[in-house]
Structure formats: C-alpha cells, structure tokens
Design a protein around this ligand. Structure first.
Ligand code: ANZ
Ligand code: ZN
Length: 855
C-alpha cells in the first residue's frame, strides 16, 4: 500500500465501483426494517454550493450508518427542475430553459457523484420530465373532482415589465424586487388549492411530531394562525346595512370608539359618497393599495387612516361610532373590518392618539387604575371588565365567553374561529412549469383534460425571442385546441403550476420512481413511506413543509398513501458561513482575491467584515469543486461534519479544512505503514489483557460506544469525529511488543475504519480492502461494543503532598477517600514527605487526585 494518501485516485476508484455495481440500489424487502432518509432535493442552478455539500453529507452519513445497522435504506436524489432561474437564464442568454436545466442537471449530478454520496441513482427523477408532471396533472384532476381545487379572481400584484404575478414578499415598497418597476394591482383569475380545508388537521398534527424541531412547529402553527373570537355586527347609522367585524376580544366591546375598514373593503366608496370626504378617501385608498402588505401590517409601520364621514352603531351601547379607513387593516383577514379599542389594542391606540379619537378603558388590570389621558400604551393584558354594563367586575377571560353568549342570544354576533392560512394560489403565468390540465370552452366552460390525454406536454420546441421569455399564453400551437366535450375550438389553460406543487410529493414518488401504471404504486409507497429522516434548510420551515404535509393528507384521502404525515423526523441544518472581505476600491472580494490582508488587485488593505451566510452577492464563497480538487471529497465531507453540529451554523475556515486533511493523512499512514503485519494479524478476539494493550482496547471500545451514541441519539458527528481522533492519537503512540498487542492494534484499526466509513467512505474502503478484507465496507455491519473491554479494574490517582506531585497510584474505581489516603501513605515517596509531620487535611478529588496537607 502506498504510504502516501492519494484521494483523487482512491475516490475515482470507489465512485466508479459503487456506480457500476449499483451498490446503493434498494428494493422493497418486507423481511427487513426499512429506513428512508431524504435530503431536500436541489434546484438545478448549475453548480453545487457548500450548503448542498453540508446538507447532503449529513444525509449520507445517516444513510450509510443506518445501512450498517441492518436497515434496508432508501436514499434517493432528484431535481426540483421547474422555476424562474431557468427562464431568467433564457432571458439573459437566449438558451432554452429546458436545455439549460438538463445541462445543469448533468453537471450537478457529476458533482454529487464526486462527493461519493450513496444514492440509489435508479430512482433519480426530474420534475420537468413529462413522466413526472403527468401524475401531478392527474392529481390536479382528482382534486378538481373532489372540490379541492377551484378557480377565482383575485387582486394580485402584477409587474408589467416582468409580465408576472408577484408574491407579497416580492413587492418592495410598491416596486418589483426583480426589475424595480412599479407594481400594479390587477384582477386576475387563478387556480387555488383548498389547503384551508385541512387547516385544523395540519394544526393538530403539529402536536404529534416529536421528531421535528420545536421552532419549526411553532412557525407552522403561526402560519396557520388559528384565532378564536367572535363576529359582531354593527348596524350602519342613518342608513340600511351593517358592518361585520372579527374580534378576538369581544370582552372589549364597550371600549369601541371607532371602526377601521381595509382600503379594499367593498363599503368604503359607498360610505364616503356625499359626505364631503369622498376625494380624500379615494386618494388615501389608492395610496394604501400601493403599499405592500407586509409593511402595512408590521408593528413599527406608521398607522395611517382617513375618516369616511359615515357612522355605525355599537350594538351593545347604541353609541354612534365613526368609520375610518386604516392602512393596517387587511381585506384578506377576518372580515376586513376592525372594531377599534384604543385602550386595549396598540395599533388602535397609536391611531387614536394620532387622530385625536377618544380612548375608553374597559379592562382594568389588578391593582391599577388606567387613565386614558396619561396612558402611553394600550393595556393588552388581563384584567376585570369595567364600564361594561352588565359585565362589570367579570375577569376578562370569562367576559369573552359571556359576551359571546350574550351576542348569540341577541342575534348580533357569534363565536367563530379564524385562520391566517389562505388557500394556496398555484397559478403562475410562466412558461417553465407544469401546465394546468384544463381547457376553456366558450360553450362548456372549464373542461378537465381527459385522463387519457395526459400529460399536457409543455412545448419545448419553441423559439424564444431575445430578452424575454414567452408565456404559454403567447404560443398558439399550445393553447389552440378543441373542447373534449363538444368538439368546438377551445383554449387550453395557459397558467402553469407553482413549483412548490412538484416538491409536495416527490418524496412519495421516490418510492416507485419508475411506476407508470399510476401516480404512486401503493405497495411500494406503503413499504417506504413515511420518510424517517428528512434533512434540509430552515428556509423551508413554513411553505414547503406545510404544502408537503397538506399534499400528503390529500393523497391519503384519495387513497394513494396510508400515512398522515410525510416526515417522521426533521433535521434543519445550519448555514455555512464565512467572513466577508472588501476592498475600498474594488468592493467585495472572493477569498482568493484577498492575500495577506491586501487586495490582490490594488494592494489596498482589506476590510474584514462579519461572518455571514455564504452568498455570491458578497463573494464570501468557496466552490466545493476546488475543495474536492485540492483535498478530495473525504476531506470536504469530514470538514463539514467536524466544524459544527448539524443544526448549528458552520463557519468555513481554511485551517479547519487543513486539519481535516491532516487527520485523514494520519489515519492513512497509520494503516499503510503497518499494512504488512496488520494484514497477517487477526483482530483481538477476547481474553486476558494487561497494561497498555488493555488500555488501548478499552479506549477503542469506549470510543465506539461514544461514536455510536453521538450518531444514534443526536447526529452529533463533530463529537464523534473528535473522539475518533483521540483514539487514533493513542494508537499512533502505541508500540506493539507481542502478538497480542498486534491483535489489539489490528482490532482498533478495524474499528476506526468502520466508525469512519459513513463519513469518509472512500478512504475507509481503500484501507479496509488493503487490510485484506474480502467484502467491502459498504456491506459491513456496525461493530458491537465489547462490555468486557470497558471494565476498568483500576484508576490512576495523582498523589500530592502540600500540592507537589509525589506519586501516582492505582486504586479501584470505587475507592473512597480513606482507602485512597491509605494507599497513598503506603507509597515510599509519599511516606518520605509526611514522616514526622502532622496530617492536617486531605483534599480528595474523586477519581483523580489526593492532596495531603501536612505541617
Ligand atoms: C377588537 C380588539 C380589541 C382586538 C383589543 C384586539 C385587541 P389575531 O389574534 O391575529 O386573530 N383584526 C381583525 N381583522 C383584522 C384585519 N383584517 N386586519 C388587521 N387587523 C384585524 O388578531 C385578531 C384581532 O386583530 C382582532 O381583534 C382585531 O382587533 C384585529 F383590545 O378586535 B381585535
Ligand atoms: Zn365545449
């Protein structure tokens, strides 16, 4: 065996072998326990980045480890291949999105293979393939039949320049996040998934997912946002009609001093007509509708409004209440109308102060009297009801229930539940997505594409004009069709589906990726689902995971899967971070553009910035490909596992990488340099041991015990690796003097290779083979701790006299202070220092040290 470590040769060799032998291909085997580990599949952007390396390495260690533990492991990989970047690339360079995507997939697949990940490539799928999205279209039709999809016209944010709908998050101060042009509101029909029908179940299950990080569950709960409260009807003053509000605080009804409507509320125009406020209201409404909703509702946003000139009546007090339009009220939530209680709601408080509206305290906190004139903020907390007619004196929690009962009796309101969750709008006016399989007919209306006509294939043989992408609505050869029902000319739907739809079921499809008799092969899905361990970024904590959970429930209710939830355990890995570097002249610098603290181009002193998530925009990135070329995949893997526990952020450091590489070289040499005799020596198989051999064997098995529990219980690979490093150190310092010693070292070498094999599989395989094993490590089982090896029959205790080291003694591990003192005094060197003096005190640090204080 070459005594030098050559990762590039070893890695190519083993990667080829795994691929040729299909080592990691799996089939369903009812006799073996299954384990399904899945990393969030990537968008094929072109090249993998360090975030992928980290995510996929973690998953790979889990997959390989579980395999060694005897599980039948499913570990698949695929491509989340539809989406905007492909179209942006088309706009920028004229290359077809399909071509761009497929080339990226090929390139990234090679990169993943160079990392040595143990995927079953036979299950690879790309969501842009008709063989994938045809089933998505099929499910769309099933959902349509079951009233889980509907079409409605809504007001959307529309960017004319980009010719697309923008999500609220993509509108920044009224402008498009991409092109910066002003965003308009537009009435547009679109397709919606009825996720709200599952709101309660999605919420309930957040309490039944103990394998998920609690903060992710909290984010899911908040997103669903279930609020208990009441709807209360306020009749309009001086005219017919009424306004219904949603409130979570019916106990504050007596404190209402005005009413706030959303700018989009249908009554706004009517109420202000003829009041003299008309023009002002119209101007305000127009301005507010341009503000983005995230900002409108953020706590620190300026509360603004305008009086409509009209009044309504408080149904409990009969008082007249002025009606305002306010920017912080959203039409999409509740009823789009808020009964304002400035004494007990902070937004209303700020609004009232600004516009000089009255504040009336109706909830008095324990032991305090609130004065509306001097209050500096709303009292949103608990208290007793005051100035509330028949409810005076009630604790407000009870008051909520009492007021609701009263409203229901009088027929002016009712208890209700509200969700923040909205139905999922899946329509995108984009080319590069899965076509929505319906046809619009002038006579028959919306007609589903017949099942036998699926898939509705995205036309790929289109010429793209320079500088912009063509939506399907501009491709007549696509949309011109005939009605499947009446045969007359009709028009295909030209919206494509949100790409989150594809990622909502790919995990189930991996169970049976080649199935063409249906969307899912029930038997195989039954064997593999749910995913036992899902691993991915926290940025998907809300939408992707919620949609995937929703879809799983839909699939279940349509009889396609048997599980309630898709992912039993979830690990959200931290970010890969790195220091940023900037030149005053040349801006952000790549790591290699800064040398010894100076800009490589102009020599100016580099400004070192914060450690931040690696991002192209700040150039604090390292290309995994360079890392692999320079050190090999095993070093890249080991570093990303060793630098931090998986859920924490990882700070990239060149020294850390060097350290990982050095360690691997050290292991390599330890085995290679001794390969000749190691090969001839059988691993120690039990029996009496003494001295250093015994200690080494104990260390080896203690390490195995720790590594096993670090991986098994918490996926704390970093501490597992640290323990293995310690063991390797001890092995390097051990010089075998007998056959037994050699057997002990041989056993320890085998253990190290077994323990390292999930993390650095190439090197471990190569050394394993070099030692003469006839089966590869990929078939090996995880080793067992030998309890015998762990037994400690003596521990070493340091003996000091007046703080100076005088001896080291061996005592039984459970020896108490008296026994240790006695043993210490039996040592000659200790006796010499205490004889003739008085022992005044004994300091005993159990298991480690005894200090005899004498005078
Ligand atoms: C009166 C009141 C008094 C309220 C009080 C709060 C405190 P959550 O908990 O998020 O469900 N609200 C209702 N619809 C709204 C809308 N479309 N836009 C903005 N705010 C709206 O919040 C429910 C509360 O938010 C409701 O209870 C309402 O204000 C406001 F001391 O009603 B409350
Ligand atoms: Zn028709």
């Amino acid at each position: 065996m070459d005594s030098r470590y050559h990762p590039e040769q070893i890695e190519t060799k083993w990667q080829r072998r795994w691929l040729e032998d299909k080592t990691f291909r799996v089939t369903e085997d009812p006799d073996r326990p299954k384990y399904y580990v899945l990393e969030m599949f990537p968008y094929p952007s072109g090249r993998i980045h360090m975030g992928h390396v980290r995510n996929y390495t973690i998953g790979d260690v889990v997959a390989r480890y579980k395999r060694m533990r005897g599980f039948n492991v499913l570990h698949p990989m695929g491509w989340d291949a539809f989406g905007m970047p492909a179209e942006n690339a088309a706009i920028a360079s004229g290359v077809h999105p399909a071509k761009w995507t497929r080339e990226n997939i090929a390139y990234m697949k090679r990169q993943l293979q160079r990392m040595g990940f143990s995927y079953d490539w036979d299950r690879e799928l790309a969501t842009c393939d008709p063989s994938y999205y045809r089933w998505e279209q099929w499910l769309f039709l099933k959902m349509l039949e079951n009233d889980l999809v509907y079409r409605k016209t809504t007001t959307v944010n529309w960017c004319e320049t980009c010719a697309t709908v923008l999500a609220n998050e993509q509108v920044e101060q009224g402008r498009c996040w991409r092109c910066g042009d002003e965003v308009a509101e537009k009435e547009l029909p679109g397709w919606f998934f009825r996720i709200t029908r599952y709101a309660d179940e999605l919420l309930e299950w957040t309490d039944k997912l103990p394998g998920w990080p609690p903060q992710v569950l909290t984010m899911q709960r908040n997103w669903i946002g279930k609020s208990h409260g009441a709807e209360v009807t306020f009749p309009l003053a001086d005219r017919e009609g009424s306004i219904t509000v949603f409130t979570t605080r019916p106990d504050t009804l007596y404190g209402v001093t005005f009413m706030s409507l959303a700018a989009e509320h249908p009554l706004v125009a009517e109420l202000s007509a003829g009041t003299g406020q008309e023009a002002e209201v119209r101007a305000f409404v127009e301005r507010v509708r341009r503000q983005d909703k995230i900002r409108r509702t953020s706590e620190d946003a300026e509360k603004e409004g305008v009086f409509t000139g009209a009044y309504c009546v408080n149904p409990l007090t009969g008082e007249r209440v002025p009606i305002y339009v306010a920017n912080f009220v959203l039409m999409e939530y509740g009823t789009g109308a808020v009964m304002a209680v400035p004494a007990h709601d902070q937004r209303d408080f700020e609004f009232a102060r600004k516009y000089g509206l009255p504040i009336r305290v109706v909830i008095e906190p324990e032991g305090r009297t609130l004065d509306p004139d001097t209050m500096t903020e709303a009292h949103e907390g608990e208290g007793r009801m005051v100035r509330s007619g028949p409810f005076d004196g009630l604790p407000n929690r009870e008051g909520i229930r009492a007021v609701i009962r009263y409203l229901e009796e009088k027929g002016i309101g009712r208890g209700t539940v509200n969700y923040r969750l909205r139905d999922w709008g899946i329509s995108r006016q984009r080319y590069w997505g899965a076509p929505i399989p319906v046809i619009h007919c002038g006579d028959c209306g919306v007609v589903p594409v017949p099942e036998e006509d699926l898939p509705v294939v995205l036309p790929e043989d289109v010429e793209f004009p320079q500088g912009r992408v063509l939506p399907l609505a501009e491709i007549p050869s696509f949309y011109e069709t005939t009605c499947p029902r009446c045969g007359r000319p009709a028009r295909r739907e030209t919206d494509t589906m949100d790409t989150f739809v594809e990622s909502s079921w790919y995990f189930a499809r991996f169970s049976c990726a080649d199935h063409d008799g249906g969307m899912l092969d029930r038997k195989r899905v039954g064997y593999w689902m749910p995913v036992d361990q899902y691993i991915g970024g926290i940025e998907h904590a809300v939408l992707h995971l919620l949609y995937a959970r929703f879809y799983t429930k839909v699939l279940r209710d349509l009889g396609l899967v048997d599980v309630d939830e898709p992912f039993t355990n979830l690990l959200t890995q931290g970010m890969v971070c790195m220091e940023t570097h900037r030149c005053p002249e040349h801006g952000w610098l790549l790591p290699e553009e800064s040398q010894d603290g100076r800009c490589a181009r102009c020599g100016a002193e580099v400004i070192r910035g914060r450690v931040e998530k690696m991002s192209k925009s700040k150039k604090n990135v390292v290309d995994p490909e360079h890392l692999i070329e320079r050190y090999g995949a095993d070093t890249a893997r080991l570093f990303s596992l060793f630098a931090a526990p998986p859920e924490k952020d990882l700070e990239w450091s060149e020294e850390g990488v060097e350290g990982a590489y050095r360690f691997l070289r050290r292991v390599w040499r330890l085995v290679a340099d001794n390969a000749d005799w190691l090969r001839q020596t059988a691993p120690f198989a039990g029996g009496e041991l003494t001295g250093p051999a015994r200690a080494l064997r104990r260390k080896a098995h203690e390490t195995l015990q720790k590594v096993t529990s670090d991986i098994e219980e918490r996926f704390h690979f970093n501490t597992a690796i640290a323990a293995t490093m310690e063991l390797v150190n001890e092995m390097a310092g051990f010089s075998p003097a007998s056959d037994t010693d050699r057997q002990v070292l041989r056993e320890a070498v085998d253990l190290v290779l077994l323990m390292l094999s999930p993390m650095v599989p190439h090197m471990a395989e190569e050394l394993w083979e070099g030692l003469g094993h006839d089966r590869p490590l990929s078939e090996a089982r995880w080793p067992q701790v030998d309890p015998e090896a762990l037994v400690r029959d003596a521990i070493t205790v340091v003996v000091q006299v007046n703080g100076k080291l005088r001896a080291r003694i061996q005592v039984p591990p459970d020896a108490d202070e008296a026994a240790v003192r006695e043993a210490a005094l039996a040592e000659e060197n200790v006796r010499n220092h205490v004889e003739g003096k008085t022992l005044v005190k004994t300091v005993w640090v159990p298991g480690r040290l005894v200090n005899l204080v004498v005078r």
